[in-house]
Ligand binder design. Structure first.
Ligand code: PEP
Ligand code: MG
Length: 336
């Protein structure tokens, strides 16, 4: 199997009819970079920047962050790198909040997943967001040898347009400041995109798309918030299903909205790690995926055997069903 993966790595990710499918990887730790490249990722679809801030007591400063981002961008050798700004809060740790200088009285709500999290948290600590934007923009500048990295910037946990507008104002202000100071900058501002991972964002994706340069579907949180099932709570793990028709309809709506608005869309939740689920998502109009590196070869191998018609037929069958279990069976039996 190892040897066939080696050959697979050099083959393009495409359907039988030649339609290109973009296969990127999610990255949590810089140390995973070699594995990501070995498994044939053509980019990083989701860099979870939380790792940077992981166990440290103090936040890494702008220079420290810029150095890490720059090494990852350089390591990807011109392939796109999508850097998500900090997605703290919720189940991702209340302890982090204290380090942001937010008092317990602000952050100790009963429902952290519904509290200060992601972009709404960052907008409360604009200095942190500014430093991160600034570090990312510096990492996106052409390097001394003229190499240009393709950087994209991603906002987590968006629920409404005003949050995107506020973040973009800060983003542009930071870019102007770097320019004024004569810092090396990318010639054009890297695209600023949004995670669609709340039902609110999925239902209004058509209008949010007007404010976002691209869309990344975060199906892990979209599943949690749609089904009201905590993704980290073992007691309800059996109720957590990204294949629930409600989740699939929201994914479908988001895909349609993005395509109509001519905004690139990708899926970067865990469901993109299942090759047969990827077939369904292709049927729903999605052509770009980001997954854990380990899943890449298996996804690519199946993708290369499929036609668009196969995927479309699976979509037609699945979207008629109302029961997650039936849907799961349809997918399990697909292309076997
Ligand atoms: C998601 O929610 O699907 C996602 C990709 O983001 P994270 O898993 O980091 O919350
Ligand atoms: Mg998420």
């Amino acid at each position: 199997e190892k040897r066939s993966y080696g050959r697979l790595r050099r083959l393009p990710a495409q359907l039988q009819g030649g339609e290109a499918i973009e296969l990127h990887a999610n990255l949590e730790l810089p140390a995973e970079l070699p594995m990501l490249l070995r498994n044939g990722a053509k980019g990083i679809g989701l860099l979870r920047s939380e790792f940077l801030f992981g166990e440290r007591e103090d936040l890494p400063d702008e220079d420290g962050q810029a150095a890490v981002y720059r090494s990852i961008v350089a390591g990807m050798d011109g392939h796109p790198v999508t850097i998500r700004v900090l997605d703290w809060g919720g189940e991702k740790g209340r302890a982090c909040m204290r380090r942001l200088g937010l008092s317990d009285s602000i952050t100790d709500g009963d429902n952290p997943a519904l509290g200060l999290r992601g972009l709404r948290l960052l907008l409360r600590v604009p200095d942190v967001l500014e430093a991160q934007f600034s570090a990312i923009l510096r990492a996106a500048a052409p390097s001394a040898d003229g190499a240009i990295g393709q950087v994209r910037v991603l906002l987590p946990m968006v629920t409404s347009a005003d949050e995107i507008v506020a973040a973009r104002e800060i983003y542009e202000k930071v870019a102007r400041r770097l320019k004024r100071r004569g810092e090396p900058m990318p010639e054009t501002l890297p695209p600023l995109g949004i995670m669609v991972e709340t039902p609110a964002a999925a239902l209004t994706a058509d209008s949010l798309a007007q404010y976002a340069d691209f869309i990344a579907l975060g199906t892990n949180d979209l599943t949690m918030y749609t089904l009201a099932v905590d993704r980290a709570d073992a007691a309800v793990a059996d109720r957590y299903s990204p294949l629930h028709p409600a989740v699939l309809r929201l994914i479908s709506m988001t895909a349609t909205s993005a395509l109509r608005a001519h905004r690139p869309i990708s899926v970067c939740g865990e469901m993109a790690s299942d090759p047969r689920v990827v077939a369904l998502l292709i049927g729903l109009g999605i052509r770009s995926f980001s997954m854990s590196s380990a899943a890449l070869p298996r996804v690519k191998r199946l993708v290369r055997t499929l036609t668009l018609e196969d995927c479309d037929q699976l979509r037609r069958q699945v979207m008629l069903e109302t029961d997650s279990e039936v849907i799961r069976d349809l997918i399990r039996n697909f292309a076997t």
